[in-house]
Design a protein around this ligand. Structure first.
Ligand SMILES: C[C@@](CO)(OP(=O)(O)O)[C@H](O)COP(=O)(O)OP(=O)(O)OC[C@H]1O[C@@H](n2ccc(N)nc2=O)[C@H](O)[C@@H]1O
Ligand SMILES: Nc1ncnc2c1ncn2[C@@H]1O[C@H](COP(=O)(O)OP(=O)(O)O)[C@@H](O)[C@H]1O
Length: 289
């Protein structure tokens, strides 16, 4: 039996370059793992089955769970003639722009690789991961990455300056990623993030520069539909954060602070207006403890 942590992510940048022939959007984004994590326990069972012990809001059919899909893909690809029982402690809110489902799927692939002693490389795991979703390869690797293509082409980039921390607002509503991309209209975007500049600011460990380079074009869709998200961003900055942005397709909002003490102060002030928030930090690649 093994236990494995599945980290959530935020997007420091997210740009959409255009629509592709396969219906997906060509993206360019800087992604960052954070220590908001689900916990999975995976054990071998003698029967050829996948048993799930978990509750995921809105996922009623076991076969729709990305955990099931990942386990099924792994067992079929490597002709493994036994099954697994997987238990999940779900901490990452669902459909929140934090890759909760994708990271569970990535953890299953990595966990089963260890459990069955397959010795697959990270590259092989990422190829498998891309079959499950655009964000799943990033979740296999973690850390700070530039993602291109539909999100699966990854290159490691410099990490954030040490010590910085995030206040993360987890709104009660869930937003469908497919709906957000479907409603994306390039002409409604006022400003695109400058990914090159973001990479340079990360290299220079310049937190003010990083904050100045944050940007997410999908805000034009999700904040358009839920204007209260703009008010959260504005308040977080007024209460002492350096900058705030929506993560992924939303609706989660994160604010960047120079250190955890400042982040806790901002979070305490913000709690009077909005209760569902917590302080998190960046985690490096492959941190699953
Ligand atoms: C927006 C992002 C940013 O990191 O994350 P989330 O907000 O979901 O966390 C990702 O691009 C989401 O990745 P992921 O959630 O894995 O998406 P997928 O399951 O592959 O696709 C869900 C739907 O989104 C659309 N989609 C996804 C990725 C992409 N590059 N272009 C798209 O148009 C597709 O229509 C697809 O049907
Ligand atoms: N284990 C899982 N955890 C979360 N969502 C899951 C899971 N399995 C399937 N899903 C489905 O994936 C969708 C996207 O979920 P999630 O990855 O949490 O959000 P996002 O794509 O915004 O990061 C959910 O609405 C849910 O229907």
């Amino acid at each position: 039996m093994i236990t494995i942590m599945a980290n959530g992510k935020i997007n420091l940048t997210l740009d959409v370059l255009g629509k592709r022939d396969d219906g997906y959007h060509e993206v360019e984004m800087v992604m960052q793992s954070i220590n908001l994590s689900d916990k999975l326990t995976i054990e071998k069972i003698d029967i050829c089955d996948i048993i799930l012990d978990c509750v995921v809001k809105g996922v009623l059919n076991k076969k729709d769970n990305l955990i099931y899909k990942a386990a099924d893909l792994f067992l079929r690809t490597y002709n493994i003639d036994c099954g697994v029982k997987i238990s999940l402690e779900k901490n990452i809110p669902v459909a929140a722009g934090l890759a909760g489902g994708s990271t569970d799927a990535a953890a299953v692939l990595c966990g089963m690789n260890d459990l069955f002693g397959c010795g697959l490389s990270v590259e092989t795991l990422c190829t498998l991961a891309a079959k499950l979703g655009s964000d799943v390869p990033f979740c296999v690797r973690g850390g700070t990455m530039l993602a291109k293509g539909r999100g699966e082409k990854l290159a490691p980039v410099a990490s954030l300056p040490a010590g910085c921390a995030f206040v993360l607002i987890k709104p009660q509503l869930g937003v469908s990623t497919a709906w957000v991309y479907k409603n994306y209209q390039a002409q409604r975007v006022k400003k695109h993030p400058n990914n090159r500049l973001m990479l340079r600011e990360l290299e220079d460990k310049n937190l003010n520069g990083v904050c100045g380079s944050l940007g997410n074009v999908l805000e034009s869709v999700t904040i358009g539909a839920y204007p209260q998200l703009a008010a959260y961003k504005e308040k977080l900055c007024r209460y002492g954060a350096k900058a705030a942005l929506m993560s992924g397709s939303g609706p989660s909002i994160f604010a960047v602070c120079e250190n955890i003490q400042v982040a806790r102060k901002v979070a305490d002030r913000m709690r009077n207006d909005y209760a569902e928030l917590e302080v998190y930090e960046a985690v490096p690649a492959s941190a699953r403890k």
